[in-house]
Design a protein around this ligand. Sequence first.
Ligand SMILES: Cc1cc2nc3c(=O)[nH]c(=O)nc-3n(C[C@H](O)[C@H](O)[C@H](O)COP(=O)(O)OP(=O)(O)OC[C@H]3O[C@@H](n4cnc5c(N)ncnc54)[C@H](O)[C@@H]3O)c2cc1C
Length: 524
Amino acid sequence: MGTGASLNALDRAASFARLENGVFDLAVIGGGITGAGIARDAALRGLSVALLEAQDYASGTSSRSSKMIHGGLRYLAQGDVALVRESASERQVLRRIAPHLARITPFVIPTTSLATQAKLRAALWSFEKLGGVPAAEQHEVWSLDELARREPRLRRDRLNGAVAYPEFLTDDARLTLANVRSAAAAGAVVLNHARVEALVEEGGRATGLIARSTLAGEDWGARVRARVIVNAAGPWVDGVRALAAGEGGPRLALSKGIHLVLPRALLPVASTLILRAPDKRNVFAVPRGDFTYLGTTDQFYAGTDYWPEIGRTDIDYLLNAARAAMDMDPIRDRDIVSLWAGIRPLIGEAGKKATEVSRKDEMWVGPSGVIAIAGGKLSAYRAMAARIVDAVEGRLDRRPSPCRTADLPLPGGERTLDGDDRLDRLYGTEAGLIRAGGDDAAAEARHAVLREGAATLEDYWVRRSARAWFDKAAGRDALAPAADAMGLLLGWDQRRRAAEIHHCLQLDRNSRRALSPGAEGNEP
Ligand SMILES: Cc1cc2nc3c(=O)[nH]c(=O)nc-3n(C[C@H](O)[C@H](O)[C@H](O)COP(=O)(O)OP(=O)(O)OC[C@H]3O[C@@H](n4cnc5c(N)ncnc54)[C@H](O)[C@@H]3O)c2cc1C
């Protein structure tokens, strides 16, 4: 068994047939990090698993995060020692199983007084002790001179230095995809662009579901029989709950967060800087290749759209936070390379502001037996999945079996690479396959179709290659060659090819709606 199966988008008809003909121990609804993690864990324990994703893997919140694997420092302030331990050990696991998707970078918290510095250090000492952080990765205190040397653009007039500690950065969409592929290698039947439209209930128990293709021109569907069903639909958890009889009202409170990407030359940071926004929230400035991204906002949001609106106030909030903290040239709208917005599927807590609602995950079982899960973070997805699969085994009357997800590498993570260019970071040990295939957008797009299940140009451009957000001119130049390569494999005619490109350009344009006209992110 390899670490990652090839997900070939040409095999979709066969996947629908396997779904229709099988009786599964577990059907997972939703192919974000939550569903993907659960499917991988369950399949590795020997359960027969089906995973259905309405759009693309990670097309919801799991491609819109700040892409940080938090070690759990923040939970210390809440006194949650167990959570600190779990988060700290989870990030070490991720580094072991997917080193390319767990890049260590210093996080730098500027300080204004000796007292704040001392408080932070005390917290970090406890964190390092609790989390078993290796000596080489323990925090450092930087003097004002050291800070000036390392981060010359940071305004220092009100600072007395900084505290720096290592955190991990990932690529959320590719981490999700790696889990899906690993699940498939362990025998799971996984399918994207297959939306669960109905639950099948017999005698008040959910015994299956009906899934339909959401791809243009594909009229396939399947009735999937399953002993246990898990609803891991992220912001859509309440929508999927509404498919079952007797479920109560909404449980989620959704909160929107946006990010914007600038050329690194305009916002030059060497490490991830934690900046104080005017309202005292933390805003991150994160380096990634030739770019720096800024994020995020946190406000209740009523919709469940895949592409939430990005408002002028959101954009100005981030730019003002950067301007207040950094010495930088004025940022014009046309300097903004790209923007993205996402929705946090939080569990509702009456009377609290979005920023106050707990990020802890919660699982509950509906009246027809469907297990719903929401509220977690990307960072500890593996531990969360293990808890859910324990519960699934309980419902299957199986003796709990050992979880194996911490020991087996994810695809691309078989060994640590020396290289640190874009392909190495995204594809790990599989980068060589793309280099051998031509080392360009077309080679990457072919890899996306034949090994990573990409069925639309958006699947490639946004989630497989990350070009929509982290490429010159938002990766628009890659659209035509990628569409040609995908079209040849998937049999697109000229009309379909044009429609795929048009759709991506439209997404890009919509994300810039609040910017001045003509701000296309072309200018350095
Ligand atoms: C702005 C922002 C910043 C964040 N930053 C971080 C961070 O730095 N670190 C961190 O750890 N966490 C972060 N998070 C949180 C993290 O991103 C989420 O907790 C996580 O991605 C949620 O994953 P999920 O799988 O539960 O949901 P999703 O990723 O949304 O997955 C749910 C999936 O279900 C599918 N679906 C919906 N309905 C159906 C249906 N009927 N049939 C089939 N499929 C369906 C959807 O298409 C979707 O792909 C952030 C979140 C936001 C919004």
